[in-house]
Design a protein around this ligand. Structure first.
Ligand SMILES: NC(=O)c1ccc[n+]([C@@H]2O[C@H](COP(=O)([O-])OP(=O)(O)OC[C@H]3O[C@@H](n4cnc5c(N)ncnc54)[C@H](O)[C@@H]3O)[C@@H](O)[C@H]2O)c1
Length: 270
């Protein structure tokens, strides 16, 4: 796909991967509109030469209003990158996160994608043209030790993305699911992406955005900015018991070396 003059909407665009994607798409001539719950979004958008919209993507009406805002600016939406997300650390055992966090994780990491697709698909199907992209995570393909709501909802996001491709791939609808491993963004407590160079396997949001845009240009469904994830996934499906055992060992190693096994500990051990 050639992105010049395409209208691309990106949620979670005020920082991190979403902001990097927005800058890069803008630099190659796309019409970009970002949405984020951050009140500074219009100013951030202004600084990088795109449009900004403040909304909460867990609320269907707010996604609908964001898309209407974009259509009023540019006409039809060609591509929607549903990217906003956050992590939830398990307070203790695997079911210990509050119902509030489980429900928020579901709405943010699954229903956000459903709401966007529900609003956009009728027009895209009529035009036989459109690209729906969901940012999930390697945590959805594998598992994020220490964050059950995140892992389970990201796995569901991958399944819904597969559904888009299977149900509508022959109707002119392109789809991708982005599954990064660790990225030096605020989500993991990195204020400065350059800290990525000190930690093996950690990518900057800019590097992830570059790889995503290359993969999207080739219209690849499964986008893995970290090549090692493919190897881990093959290991998982080829011997599930061995993979589970390896994940338990990784958890033990994290507790032994770092005193806990939160997502922000595990990223130092991969
Ligand atoms: N950072 C990582 O290591 C990593 C790894 C795999 C996947 N991801 C995924 O990549 C995506 C982007 O993450 P990031 O690392 O850039 O994080 P980030 O925290 O830098 O950016 C996420 C953005 O989403 C916005 N957001 C969160 N909830 C929202 C809501 N309800 N409505 C509107 N906006 C909301 C935040 O305000 C923020 O600007 C997320 O879906 C995340 O799960 C991140």
């Amino acid at each position: 796909m050639n992105f010049k003059d395409q209208t691309i909407l990106i949620t979670g665009g005020a920082q991190g991967i979403g902001l990097s994607l927005s800058k890069k798409f803008c630099s190659i001539g796309a019409n970009v509109i970002i949405a984020d719950k951050d009140r500074q979004t219009p100013d951030i958008a202004d600084r990088i030469g795109v449009f900004g919209y403040v909304c909460d993507v867990t609320i269907e009406q707010e996604i609908n209003d964001f898309i209407t805002f974009a259509e009023e600016k540019f006409g039809q939406v060609d591509c929607f990158i549903s990217n906003a997300g956050m992590i939830f650390v398990d307070p203790s055992h695997v079911a210990s996160a509050s119902n509030t966090n489980w429900e928020l994780s579901w709405r943010l990491h699954v229903m956000q994608h459903v709401f966007a697709a529900r609003r956009l698909l009728p027009g895209m199907l009529k035009r036989k043209y459109g690209y729906l992209v969901n940012t999930a995570s390697a945590a959805g393909l594998l598992y994020q030790i220490g964050d059950a709501p995140y892992s389970a909802s990201k796995a569901a996001a991958i399944s819904f993305s597969e559904g888009i491709s299977i149900s509508h791939g022959d109707d002119g609808i392109r789809s991708s699911v982005i599954c990064p491993q660790y990225v030096a963004s605020n989500l993991l407590g990195f204020n400065d992406p350059s800290e990525a160079k000190d930690i093996d396997g950690l990518l900057t949001p800019d590097t992830v955005a570059e790889k995503v845009i290359e993969s999207m240009a080739r219209e690849e469904f499964l986008i893995l900015p970290h090549p090692a994830v493919k190897k881990y996934l093959i290991n998982k499906v080829s011997d599930y018991e061995r993979w589970l055992n390896g994940m338990r060992k990784l958890k033990k190693k994290s507790i032994a070396q770092r005193g806990s096994a939160k997502p922000t500990d595990i990223l130092h051990l991969i």
